[in-house]
Design a protein. Sequence first.
Length: 484
Amino acid sequence: MKRGITVAAVLVAASNAVAQMSVGADILYSDITGITTYGPLNGKYAYAYSSNTCNVGDQNAEWNFTGTNGAPGLAMNLYRIKDGRFMQIGQSFVKHACCAAAGSGCVTVGGQSVGCNGTGGSQLGSGCQDVYGAGYNGGQSGLGARSKINAWTGVFQPRNTGSGDAIFKRLQVNQTDLTAATNPNAQYFAEGLYVCTREAQQSTATNNNRNNNASYKRVTVTGNGATLTPTGSVARGVPAIQAWHDHGLGANVPDPAVHVFPVDVPANADIPGDTGEGRYWVAYKTSNNGNGTWRYEYAIYNLSSDLAGGSFIVPVPSNVNVSNAGFNAPANHSGEVFNNTPWSMNRTSGSMAFACTTAYNATNDTGNALRWGTMFNFWFDADSAPAAASATASMGLYKSPTGKSLDFQVSVPGVAVCDSIDTNGDAISPDTADIDYFLGIFAGGPCLPAPATCDIDFNNDTLFPDTNDITALLSVFSGGVCVR
């Protein structure tokens, strides 16, 4: 028995010895163990999450960095997967730090245990854990607006410590987004995201400890939103957008059709002093609707960029028809200065374009841009299957005076391609005999031997017989494009 204990102790010690601490302060939202409910009021529930917070860096982090209005700050979000779509359905104000405990039990993102150096109070010590209950984190006097915080620099402006009704400043969610009858088989995910001043000050391009500040955990919903219960294990250092892939086909069942990846804002070498500013996460999924159209879904999450997202452009060939375009953003509330105006949606000659409708104004910044700690959705149907290769989509940065954009590869509709105009296979085209032959087989007439074709789905939209095939044939015959 003693020998077994000794071996186990050696293994634990070895694990601790090789645990890789980050350079500098590194704040990790380590777990969500409880959720408090408020309301319902005015058709909404509100929530607050508990917080197990670790410093997995090799230096202490100041807690309540600038006094009663200081950092770090914890933003709380709720997401839902329903009918294959991953959507943010609520967000809170930011819980400002008070003071730190010096607890043990911290592990790195990789799951390695680290030891606490015993520092607490005005600092969260290296390797130490600070634990707060959900009720405390939902205290309204400690909640400040996101608009008062720059997630990239870590600068906090003074918060309004006022209180209000039961859902004021807290994570607000429409009851209709939680009701079991209208959300069958839906899954829900809680996310917490930290902004830490000391961490931001110490981060560099090669050592950016801001990148692991979000964590998420699956939650079960009962009582049509009356109770949210954290379930399963927490995904540390990973934003909830990753859940679209990891749980897309059910709890712990990945959806291989969903692609998720981070994208950093690049530095502009032509501008002196310009540096990359912030990390975004992008996810996309393409699915066949079974009726000759395909659904193109995109989600973009802003982890840490103060520049924010102001537009999103997806290349779509001009001969592809687009329908059922949509946009979703979580609602700003409780006096937050940002408006809730939906983005515009415009079909151009070569793209599908979404854009914030309020121009950036440095002295009156109210636009519904893609702000830090927030995820937006964009989607549309197209009558063309995905292109064989991915293409470059672009998100314009809202506050960039130089029009900087963030470019990344996603799945997009392919060019609509029609069959050969030589439908009767006589190697003479175009001639009216091709039209006569196609109309004959379209009407159910006989097919000629090969190399003639009996295919009446001329525009390859998987729908036939339909008159769009005839329209496409006449378009190509006259030198035009393949139409759907």
